[in-house]
Design a protein around this ligand. Structure first.
Ligand code: SF4
Length: 378
């Protein structure tokens, strides 16, 4: 079959359509992976219709990578992957559960992992971009990622695997004492991986459960706090399906966060906090400047626990008008002549005539905030 169109067919519409049919898009219970933000979990629980579609290409690539990795782990190591855990309120699919030898022995041979764990481990695989990789190495899982993993571990240790088709044998194991959470981060640009392990105790699961209870007890989603800072400040908000419901339509030229300030009293409080935070940051900024100056010219390389690299400092590209004119002449083309602005300005100045200017509304100066002490309060 020949497809005839002016442009090659994009695969992204097909990818988005397939992604929209994924089981998580149809779930009615709150999913552990939806607990990234209290307000968002509230919208889901109250059955609100999503207001935004958002850019999903990166998320879809992450999902495909994730699936590929887990499938390989199942085929090669016999990992138990993508199994459902649930109760009356919550549902989720655990990326991988590593069973200890005692528990694995209770399964039919074909379901046993090739290498049992020292204790039952709930494993979560996260793909990350190079942009956030340093944060992953320094800080590990975020609060939302921890909450999701604790909820999975809590469901597995209180209920066990869900008793559904395709995992009945696992469900027969009953509640399983989870000993450890393992995050396996994968850098989707370089392929590097990083493992973070956290001992699991029931108190951690209870804390995550309490969070879910707070969300469930709200009468409306609007009662729930926005866990994140909003479009433009959080990439999760930028891609949230409830972005407009949460922050309202974006007014051109205005930050959506302006809705958080409703009157002059709140404006005064925000301004006072701005001054306070600026004052707190000043010594740190000065310290950073000093440290940067001390390191100037240091060779790139590993020093102690950190790796130093330099970027920038390269000449910027600019139009080579002479080379262009030469190319035009060689090709027998007329070299376009434009008024020499610099020369005209110089001539006007020499003649004492003011240089005419007009306002270019397409190009604007950046807006800076300036806050100073109010002197006369009347
Ligand atoms: S836009 Fe951000 S703060 Fe609002 S519901 Fe979505 S994730 Fe939460």
């Amino acid at each position: 079959m020949t497809i005839t169109t002016d442009h090659p067919v994009s695969l992204w519409p097909a990818a988005h359509a397939a992604d929209a049919r994924r089981p998580r898009s149809l779930q009615t219970k709150i999913g552990a992976s939806d607990t990234v933000c209290a307000r968002r979990a509230g919208y889901l629980l109250h059955g609100r219709t999503p207001t935004d579609t958002g850019e999903k290409r990166k998320a879809i690539l992450g999902t495909w990578l994730h699936e590929g990795l887990l499938t390989a782990a199942r085929q090669e190591y016999g990992w138990i992957i993508e199994r459902r855990v649930e109760d009356e309120l919550l549902r989720g699919h655990i990326d991988a559960v590593q069973l200890d030898s005692g528990t694995a022995a209770r399964l039919p041979k074909r379901l046993r992992p090739s290498l049992p764990a020292d204790e039952i481990t709930v494993e979560d695989v996260k793909t990350k971009s190079l942009r956030v990789w340093d944060n992953v190495l320094r800080r590990g899982a975020t609060e939302a990622e921890l909450r999701q993993a604790y909820l999975y571990a809590d469901l597995l240790s209180t209920r066990g695997f869900a008793d559904i088709k395709g995992q009945r044998q696992l469900a027969r194991l009953g509640p399983l004492p989870v000993g450890k959470i393992r995050f396996r981060f994968l850098n989707r640009d370089s392929g590097d991986d990083h493992v973070q392990e956290i001992p699991y105790g029931a108190d951690r699961g209870r804390g995550a459960r309490w969070w879910v209870q707070q969300v469930r007890s709200a009468a409306t989603p609007e009662e729930l706090p926005r866990t994140l800072d909003g479009p433009g400040l959080s990439s999760i908000c930028d891609n949230c399906p409830y972005r407009t419901a949460c922050w309202g339509p974006i007014a051109s030229g205005r930050c959506p966060q302006t809705i958080l300030v409703r009157d002059d009293a709140e404006r005064a409080a925000a301004l006072a906090e701005y001054v306070e935070v600026s004052n707190e940051m000043k010594p740190l900024k000065d310290k950073l400047k000093l440290l940067r100056a001390k390191l100037d010219g240091t060779d790139a390389g590993a020093y102690g626990d950190n790796v130093l690299t330099w970027s920038g400092g390269n000449p910027t590209r600019t139009d080579d008008v002479d080379a262009m004119a030469t190319l035009f002449r060689r090709a027998g083309l007329t070299v376009p002549m434009s008024p020499d602005v610099d020369e005209m300005k110089a001539q006007l100045k020499r003649a004492g005539i003011p240089v005419p200017v007009r306002l270019d509304h397409e190009r604007r100066t950046s807006v800076s905030i300036n806050v100073s002490v109010r002197r006369n309060k009347s």
